[in-house]
Design a protein around this ligand. Sequence first.
Ligand code: NAG
Ligand code: NAG
Ligand code: NAG
Length: 784
Amino acid sequence: MRCLRIQYLHIMNLQLPYCFCFFLLLQLPFSTNGQAYRNVSLGSSLTAASGDLPWTSPSGEFAFGFQQVGDAGYLLAIWFNKIPERTIVWSANRNNLAQSGSTVQLTADGQLVLNDQSGTQIRNTAYLGRSGAAYGAMLDTGNFVLSGQAGDTLWQSFDQPTDTLLPTQNLNSGAQLIAPYREKNYSDGRFKLTLQRDGNLVMNVTAYPLTASNAYWSIGSSIGSGNQLFFNQSGYMYLVARNGTILDQVFSNPVSLQDLYLRATIDYDGVFRQYVYPKTASGGKNWPMNWTTLPKSIPSNICLAISFPFGSGACGFNSYCKIGDDQRPSCRCPPGYTFLDQNDVRKGCKQNFISQDCGHPSQETDSFEIQDMLNTNFPHTDYELFTSVDEDWCRRSCLSDCYCAVATFMDRTCWKKRGPLANGVTDPGISDKALMKVRKRNRIEELAQKKSAKKSDQSALIISGSVLLGSSIFLNVLYVFFTNRKKQKVIPQHHAMRDMNLQNFTYNELETATGGFDEELGRGSFGSVYKGVLGGDDKQIIAVKKLEKMAGEGETEFKTEVKVIGRTNHKNLVQLVGFCNEGQHRLLVYEYMSSGSLSNYIFGDSRPNWHRRMQIAFGVARGLLYLHEECSSQIIHCDIKPQNILLDESFNARISDFGLAKLLKTEQSKTTTAIRGTKGFGILLLELVCCRRNFEIDVSEEHQIVLADWAYDCFKEGKLDLLVEEDEEAMEDMKRVERFVMVAIWCIQEDPCLRPAMKKVVQMLEGGVQVSVPPDPSSFISSI
Ligand SMILES: *[C@@H]1O[C@H](CO)[C@@H](O)[C@H](O)[C@H]1NC(C)=O
Ligand SMILES: *[C@@H]1O[C@H](CO)[C@@H](O)[C@H](O)[C@H]1NC(C)=O
Ligand SMILES: *[C@@H]1O[C@H](CO)[C@@H](O)[C@H](O)[C@H]1NC(C)=O
């Protein structure tokens, strides 16, 4: 080994201080490890852990053979053979390591196969090489080829890249590099770089539900035209069009391959980097040498680049990403959180304290504190946003809200965020301050001590017996303590209301605003709605809902519901502005929707265009998804129908009247959500597609009376065009019409278990996931 290096140095430097090695050089001009280079002939084989010498390239710089991976097994790989690291640039079985005794063989019929010790072919390596090769060869470029009689290339490792490209290796249309799982673990990881068949070069996260649309980097300008990614011998990497034109440069760091080894690798952290390694210890540099990265890497800041509404971000859930001084990202846990798996920090972090009790959030406020994290944000996880507030307000608001895991504050704006935390990033470019809510540590320890010291709480322990089931005694001690504390500190109701940016109106104020309840906008199941104008500077137009049925019912109930409704904030919901709760009067004040109800819009005289109807469908679906799954207190809308969907001045769909039905507890919502909201949405979707009511007597044929039944019949018979017969725009978009109708049929299944969750509905509508063929909606009933 030592001599090999010296010998090698001499090739490069042409200095000859050691005669012995010079002698070797003269004797064996194409030698490595003392063995003359030769082609790999048919019948040759290598056995893992047998001491077989690998098949090397003429210069000895690259080798093909087995590399041991810890104790886990062997990779059939190609590696840089003249550097101590033996850096792997290609492997055949990264997800299925070979055990000692396994063999790779170039068979007599010219096929390259990898067999385990018993001689059975190891899965996933069938692609290793077609039959018919005359010989194999490890080339000095790092490419292992199988060649035919005429020297033509039948198969080459360059066409099956793993995570690395070498100079002269090109990435072809449709090919991809997949990052390893982590350092020293070569299994497929979370990130990949693909030259898509549509010509775009993209990097995405492999584990996301909507992989295709979640590119965290893409080449941009040349979308649709890239045919090959070239990596040339001066270290330039660029995208080339079918006709050979150079489109975009990916890397442009000039490198002299005479002096340096070069590779481009997508690393386990998701960054695509170019690495160089000096071929000789020139300029007085001493061994050991190292791979160093060239300046440009993509994306330039992975922590900021991976930030989507789905998925965990560049690091795992509940963790945050920070670029270190070495320009590499590291995954860390915020205060109060620890790694799920110390040996695999990218899995994310877990909260190491007991969450706030949502039953009595304000009573527990004192048990929590805020820890500041400067220049930190957790994008896309907020459920509430408050403007014109100060930092202290933001802190208190998060502390008193059991759903709030962290709030971020910037420039008088406060965003409250739910767990699990995602997309966490700390970066000097971020001006938000994250206010992490953590349980005061001392308090817990204090409590435990208190408990063991005193036995006077025994009666309380018995009272909380039901809680004792399924949880530890220690938790119960805490529970008892907090339940007792609640009696000592009662937070006044009006305080809680003030926390929410909701205005508390007097009846008089609303009477004036509506001109004595003069202009009635509509009448719903809960009462009448009137138009009004607020007196402030901006003369905001409002819709005032007088709740008739509510009158006389419990005050706490009203307040609870108003509070829940007031917490929602989504662009597809009608926003609650304020309320009035005075004696018999219960009123809710909403922002005014100038384009009226969806019912008037789609069942009116002229049919609105298809594109707009589609957008409305997406809007309603997203609004419902928010209500069902995302907003802090899950709200079930029991009554989704076109009358309850309003349209703002840009014709965005806004769901109204939500939350007036009972607020459900989180445990119940899963099942109930599916039962109620989804079915109404299915019908609404059909009504939107067809611009007719679900139930219409005045139709040409009897089987068309109920739209849901007719739609399923049309679908079953492959005659969906009947549904949108007179609608040219929809007729031209039949693929989407079909998708929408299929989604609708899934939503209206009589068997609640078959109905998809709103999240799935949204994904199906948007085309992110395939819609499978729905069964007959009433098959459930007919089978009973
Ligand atoms: C490898 O095989 C090719 C084709 O038969 C031949 O041209 C070449 O000289 C061989 N190389 C060695 C080192 O045997
Ligand atoms: C690499 O990580 C994957 C995913 O966690 C795991 O299944 C596999 O066993 C690991 N391989 C090794 C060699 O540790
Ligand atoms: C590699 O590409 C760059 C940029 O197109 C070019 O300037 C350089 O001459 C190329 N090098 C080789 C060896 O083709």
